[in-house]
Ligand binder design. Structure first.
Ligand code: KG4
Ligand code: ZN
Length: 367
């Protein structure tokens, strides 16, 4: 078989995934076993349950990826795995499985940074995209603007000072009664709302023009809800009701319409618009300041419909070409890990059998 084939494994959070990727750009198979159903009733990912589920799924998922590619382990050139950042118990399952498979088959092992994988999802969807370019990375744990100087070489231009964008989406989704997984549900609800209904704050950080802070915005939404709760208690209309017990843990009861006539969808749209505004304006401003004409978005929040649309519009107005991956490659998957691993493999960065899970691995830190 001509080309370089990598079997990649991803288990850093709540998806058990394996894929076979050819030459870093072509997905031959891509298997994702999601744990959403398992964690929904708890309102978020329960690390211990996630690790146990990974143990149950990892071997069948790897087998399915190889069978789906019409290959055996002997046909692949290397085995890659996410080794950080992420939940340590979850990461360990993938790392242990990858080491066992690679050792038994006599194949090289490659450790991949999860966020580098998210960036690389763009290489799969856009064959023309090569470094250098600017990338907005927005996931459940990261919010960064980086210059991708070369494959595997990043310069951080901006970062969040508190919550990651995905974390903010998940917290507000829970506060308005949507539960887990929050981001996609809030995105859907926001489509029916007016993004200008509530003028939520857009935080600027003095001296750091490309950094973010979402804690003030989060407090503003929670304050709005608390004031409405107090009005509901004091008045004759009990808008908030009481939780029925059927909701996921931590999910609040929330009315469809508030006392001022603003709907829950308006609130979702106004919050989303505040997040998207700062993400897009700062990324495009950074691209202009650095003279970069290509902008990519990566990570789970890159699925967000408002973010994709706004980046495309403002990017094009500023003469930028905007890239984002297909939604299935934005959220956690192993194909993106196979793509990032290919470029590590080309530059000779393979791991030895001491490869371990590093839950707080920094971007660009070599494994
Ligand atoms: O990249 P990812 O799958 O996992 C991490 O590496 O963290 O990102 C998950 C995050 C979650 O916070 C989820 O709510 C958010 O991405 N997300 C979204 C959307 N889809 C996923 N946030 C906003 N809108 C979406 N459509
Ligand atoms: Zn991720």
């Amino acid at each position: 078989m001509k080309g370089t084939y990598i079997l990649a494994i991803e288990s850093s959070c709540d998806e058990t995934a394996a894929a076979v990727v050819k030459d870093g750009r072509q997905v031959i198979s891509n298997i994702i076993s999601s744990q959403i159903d398992l964690h929904t009733k708890y309102g978020g990912v329960v690390p211990e349950l996630a690790s146990r589920k990974h143990i149950e799924k990892i071997n069948p998922v790897i087998t399915e990826a190889l069978v789906g590619a019409g290959m055996t382990i002997q046909d692949v050139d290397a085995v890659a795995v996410t080794c950080g950042p992420g939940l340590v118990g979850s990461l360990l399952v993938g790392v242990g499985a990858a080491k066992a498979v690679a050792f038994a088959a006599g194949k090289p092992l490659i450790g991949v940074h999860h966020i580098e994988g998210h960036v690389a999802a763009n290489y799969i969807c856009h064959p023309d995209l090569e470094p250098p370019f600017l990338c907005l990375i927005v996931s459940g744990g990261h919010t960064h603007i980086v210059v991708v100087e070369d494959y595997g070489t990043y310069r951080i231009i901006g970062r969040t000072h508190d919550d990651a964008a995905g974390e903010a989406f998940d917290k507000i989704a829970r506060a308005i009664g949507l539960g887990y997984p929050g981001g996609p549900k809030l995105d859907k609800l926001a489509k029916q709302g007016d993004p200008t209904a509530v003028p939520f704050p857009r935080a600027h950080i003095d001296g750091c023009p490309y950094d973010f802070s979402f804690s003030g915005l989060k407090s503003a939404v929670l304050n709005y809800l608390n004031i409405e709760k107090m009005k509901s208690k004091a008045g004759s209309v009990q808008r908030f009701g009481v939780p029925t017990g059927g909701e996921a843990e931590g999910t609040e009861a929330c009315p469809e319409v508030f006392s001022d006539g603003i709907t829950r969808a308006d609130l979702a749209a106004s919050f989303q618009s505040a997040v998207v505004d700062v993400l897009v304006s700062r990324t495009v401003a950074a691209a202009n300041a650095l003279g970069m004409d290509r902008i990519a978005i990566a990570g789970g929040v890159a699925c967000n419909s408002a973010l994709r649309a706004a980046m495309l519009t403002l990017g094009e107005e500023n003469g930028k070409k905007v890239y984002y991956p297909d939604p299935i490659l934005c959220t956690d998957n192993a194909a993106m890990i196979g793509s990032a691993a290919y470029y590590e493999f080309l530059s000779g960065h393979t791991a030895d059998w001491t490869l371990n899970a590093v839950p707080n691995l920094k971007l660009g830190e070599k494994i």
